[in-house]
Write a protein that binds this ligand. Structure first.
Ligand code: GLU
Length: 417
């Protein structure tokens, strides 16, 4: 049997408090809160897998569809031991808010498989993915629900899903995004989330007439989002002084050599094995003094215990939900700015939307166009958040939630019986 993770429901419930706060400010009743914090459909499937050693192992897969008033359900598939129904439900709601905030015509969904993909062989991973599609294919589709990569999944896994789905329904490009370029993926999709994180940071600095060149950045999590964010910060002339993965990190006050570090990671090594800088623990990394702290890994790292120890000026939420409700209140009391997840990491779903458009039109875009339109969408959304925060004298997260919840509530009202 696969290892069950510790129950994360406490954090899960805590995070819907942000939504509750927004509903209260908008004077929405409990029914609207229930609608926005719940889900319209929840799928849980059991997937038996024949392991390479001949043994049988049972896995559990999930897909939670939050709302589709603004467009088909959309969101990532996560392959990780923390995947469960409650977590998928909360992350699905976050996807609806994110798409509504940046105005891409999608609803929200999330899901995945409770597994550790690193403990599976290539053959086992492919079989597990294809068996998952066999179980959920009736619930997904280009105008119904469009999965994408998330933690523990990548373009290869999207290709298997696309292929398995196409066996049943005929060749269908737009059933998933984040595919390899060769089979309908978009230029710029792989780096989209990390690139978007740096665009939002730049827009925020511009709003405050601040320079970003030479500013220090600490990144927790060095997977797809963290590495591409590091490259983008570096290209803006910022100094990435520390990065880490789940085992530990490295630190250099004068700025890490991002190219050398990325080559080290591309060769399959852990961050902590990099010899060009000083080793550091994840705990120490989060407490480093810096301009920007970028949590880019799992949820809940900035909780009530950690929030009091953060020494960054600005927290940039590249991960989904890295700050708990209690942690957020402490950051607010300490005057630490937070650029919230549904804005900061929206670059991924924005370029997913571009990929879906390209698939529908059978017409690939050049990378320059992807980056230009991504920048335009994120600048527009950032300006909206900054303006509402100023107008309502509230934090950026509250502003982002107000904008998104209002759009969702209006769309639901227009489409309900
Ligand atoms: N997994 C990404 C997110 O959480 C992207 C989702 C998508 O492209 O559908 O935003």
């Amino acid at each position: 049997m696969s290892q069950r993770p510790p129950d994360r429901r406490t954090k899960t419930q805590e995070n819907s408090l942000f939504l509750h706060e927004a509903c209260k400010a908008l004077e929405y009743n409990d029914q609207v809160f229930e609608l926005l914090s719940g889900a319209s459909r929840e799928i849980r499937v059991q997937i038996p897998l024949l392991r390479d050693d001949g043994s049988l192992e049972i896995f559990y897969g999930y897909r939670v569809q939050h709302h589709n008033a603004l467009g088909p359900f959309k969101g990532g598939l996560r392959f990780h031991p923390s995947v469960n129904l409650a977590g998928s439900r909360r992350l699905a709601a976050l996807m609806s808010l994110k798409s509504a905030l940046v105005k891409v015509p999608f609803g929200g969904a999330k899901g995945g498989i409770d597994c550790d993909p690193r403990s599976l062989s290539h053959r086992e991973l492919e079989s597990l993915t294809r068996a998952f599609v066999e179980k959920i294919h009736r619930g997904i589709g280009p105008s119904l629900d469009i999965p994408a990569p998330d933690i523990g999944t990548n373009d290869q896994i999207m290709a298997w899903i696309q292929n398995e789905y196409s066996k049943i329904y005929g060749y269908t490009l737009g059933v998933v995004t984040g595919k390899p370029l060769l089979i309908g993926g978009s230029e710029g999709r792989e780096e989209a989330t990390g690139t978007g994180v740096a665009i939002v940071v730049r827009e925020h600095a511009r709003h405050h007439a601040e320079e970003i060149e030479g500013k220090t950045v600490v990144i927790q999590g060095f997977g797809n989002v963290g590495t591409h964010a590091a490259k983008a910060f570096h290209s803006h002339g910022m100094k990435v002084i520390a990065v880490s993965d789940s085992r530990g990190g490295v630190f250099d006050q004068s700025g890490l050599d991002i190219d050398a570090l990325c080559s080290h990671i591309d060769a399959g090594a852990r961050v902590s094995a990099y010899e060009g800088a000083k080793a550091i623990t994840n705990d120490h990394l989060l407490k480093l003094s810096c301009d920007y702290l970028v949590p880019a890994a799992l949820d809940g790292v900035i909780d009530e215990n950690m929030a009091g120890k953060i020494r960054a000026r600005i927290v940039v939420e590249a991960a989904n939900s890295p700050t708990t409700y209690a942690g957020d209140k402490i950051l607010a009391d300490r005057g630490i700015t937070v650029l919230p997840d549904i804005l900061a990491n929206a670059g991924g779903v924005i370029v997913s939307y571009f990929e879906w458009v390209q698939n529908m039109q059978q017409m690939p875009w050049k990378k320059e166009r992807v980056i230009e339109e991504l920048t335009e969408k994120l600048s527009w959304a950032s300006d909206q958040v900054f303006a509402v925060a100023t107008g309502n004298e509230c934090r950026y997260r509250q502003a982002a939630y107000l904008i998104a919840a209002r759009r969702l509530r209006e769309a639901v009202a227009m489409t309900s019986n």
